[in-house]
Design a protein around this ligand. Structure first.
Ligand code: GLU
Length: 553
């Protein structure tokens, strides 16, 4: 077979050589240890936590090492393309502070290693496919859908591995030039397959294994590939296997971070890199995100778990810093320890390493995220939190904007409630929850949610509030204020101290705590809240009195 002739027959339109592309995309001008990473999403319009998880690893590796992180859109699959998907990817990641140095942009692209849309790289893939054909390492295959189905059926019946390999590849591998020419003239569709040199049909001791140093998983050893996989489909469009090998090579990617679902096809990629004569990048196969449900771990699912979508975090109003901080706790096993030792350091000071990534499943837990979020938010100054809350409301709860905009000072005081001192309250988790948590500060949202303690009768409650209102002096300091509540308690037959009531429950109706809860509910509508005196100071004298008046009239 004259492979040069075959290559010209199959790719007459390709006149560039691989050398020209190599020269067009020279080694990058970055420091020696700098890492070049990429995110290669398909533009399906759905961006999920797994993407963020991977992107975060890419971003850290590149930016920690003075390298480059770029965005490549893997849009070879037309069926999955969704309008506006690129924008979704960029804006969703931007919200979490993940920015690309190069690659696809909202309008076009930036960088000298493009095009960064696979759909625009057709000629490049074909050039390298042509090169493989020239070297006798790839060939056209005209097997029809029916023939392929028959092969598969026979393989399944014989319990053999499915696919085109070994004897199943013979028919296409051995086509003569005349037959190929005839098929092409007849307009028969064909794909280009890799001519694999692997062989699984040998005695076990002769089986060859690939060895790959995975940055997350250590040394991987797997049987070599023996499948004549498709590199170019009948449409001339490359498969993922072929496209990513060409792209990661020409874009001079040093580290390929991708999900463990790709582990199985690693032998294919190793063979492609070898046959193309390219150096392999370092692979980092990340663990899948799992969720604990009824004691069992399972994969997060788009249908069942709204928290898989990144939109979820924006809609609920999670602060990006909290989500990032949480992701780091599941990404690097030494992060929490570091955080304890460096409570106030910026997250960017933590040195992220692939070695500290777990290769088993990464357990994702919303409760844990909430705990982390409480710790993160308690450190964010009220003014910044207020701005964040307003930003969220603007987008997701515009009806509360009139309560927020122009009232920043009021909101900031509310957000700062109980946050000073060495045991600050950690009530704030995410914007939606924060608004619910502080809603009693706004008259239109104020509702009595809880009921007064059993020890306090309705008549007593009214009496407590009357006396409270009569004695109310907005300028009382905290202890003067509480002395008055104690006095009211005693006057009405409640113990001034809880421990007195505990000692002699028969002598009292209840204790001062029950009395103050009645007051708390009148003002806040809730039996649990930060300090009442402080809340009154924020609400102001009139609003406080008004709430009590409404209840006793
Ligand atoms: N387009 C692939 C995906 O959506 C990218 C895999 C990779 O990062 O290599 O999963």
């Amino acid at each position: 077979m004259d492979h040069n002739k075959l290559a010209e027959l199959l790719f007459p339109q390709i006149d560039k050589t691989p050398e020209e592309y190599e020269a067009l995309f020279p080694a990058r001008n970055v420091p020696e240890d700098a890492m070049v990473t990429r995110l290669g999403p398909s533009p399906t319009g759905f961006i999920h936590l797994g993407n963020l998880y991977g992107a975060f690893v890419d971003e850290r590796l590149a930016h920690q090492s003075g390298g480059i992180f770029y965005l490549r859109i893997e849009d070879t699959d037309d069926k999955r393309y969704v309008e506006g998907a690129v924008e979704t990817i960029i804006t969703a990641l931007d919200f979490f502070g993940i920015r690309f140095d190069e690659g696809a942009l909202l309008d076009g692209e930036k960088g000298s290693y493009g095009p960064y849309f696979q759909s625009k790289r057709g000629e490049i893939y074909q050039c390298f496919a042509k090169e493989l054909v020239k070297k006798g390492l790839a060939y056209p295959c005209f097997l029809t859908e029916e023939e392929l189905a028959d092969i598969r059926q026979a393989q399944e019946a014989a319990k053999e591995t499915t696919g085109i390999y070994g004897k199943y590849a013979e028919k296409s591998r051995s086509l003569s030039m005349e037959e190929i020419e005839k098929n092409i003239k007849a307009g028969k569709p064909y794909v280009i397959r890799l001519k694999s040199s692997g062989n699984h049909h040998v005695p076990a001791e002769e089986m060859r294994y690939i060895k790959v140093e995975d940055a997350v998983r250590g040394t991987l050893s797997m049987p070599e590939n023996d499948q004549d996989i498709i590199i170019l489909k009948a449409t001339g469009i490359p498969t993922y296997h072929f496209a990513h090998v060409i792209d990661d090579h020409l874009m001079r990617t040093t580290h390929v971070v991708r999900g463990e679902e790709w582990l199985m096809s690693l032998p294919i990629h190793v063979e492609l890199f070898e046959k193309l004569g390219f150096d392999m990048p370092i692979y980092c196969h990340t663990a899948q995100l799992l969720k604990l449900e009824d004691g069992n771990k399972r994969k997060l699912s788009k249908r069942k778990d709204p928290e898989l979508s990144l939109d979820y975090y924006r809609q609920e109003g999670y602060h990006p810093q909290a989500v990032k901080e949480y992701l780091l706790t599941i990404l690097n096993s030494n992060f929490e320890e570091w955080r304890i030792a460096n409570p106030d350091a910026s997250i960017d000071e933590f040195t992220f390493t692939t070695e500290k990534m777990s290769s088993g499943g990464a357990l994702f837990d919303l409760n844990k995220l909430n705990d982390v979020s409480k710790d993160v938010l308690v450190k964010i100054p009220a003014a910044e939190l207020c701005e964040f809350l307003i930003g969220w409301a603007k987008e997701f709860k515009p009806e509360i904007m009139p309560l927020m905009e122009g009232h920043e000072e009021y909101i900031e005081k509310i957000l700062d409630l109980g946050r000073s001192g060495n045991k600050p309250r950690k009530d704030l988790i995410y914007a939606k929850q924060i608004f619910e948590f502080i809603s009693y500060f706004f008259d239109d949202h104020f509702v009595i949610e809880d009921t007064i303690p059993e020890n306090v009768t309705d008549e007593d409650a009214v009496e407590i509030l009357k006396r409270y209102l009569d004695s109310y002096d907005h300028s009382d300091d905290q202890s003067q204020w509480f002395d008055k509540i104690r006095a009211i308690a005693e006057e009405l037959g409640y113990a001034a101290k809880p421990k007195d009531f505990k000692k002699n429950p028969d002598q009292y109706k209840g204790h001062v705590g029950h009395v103050s809860t009645a007051i708390r509910i009148a003002i806040m509508g809730r039996s649990q809240s930060p300090d009442v005196w402080e809340i009154q100071q924020i609400l102001g004298e009139e609003r406080t009195k008004e709430r009590i008046r409404t209840l006793i009239s």
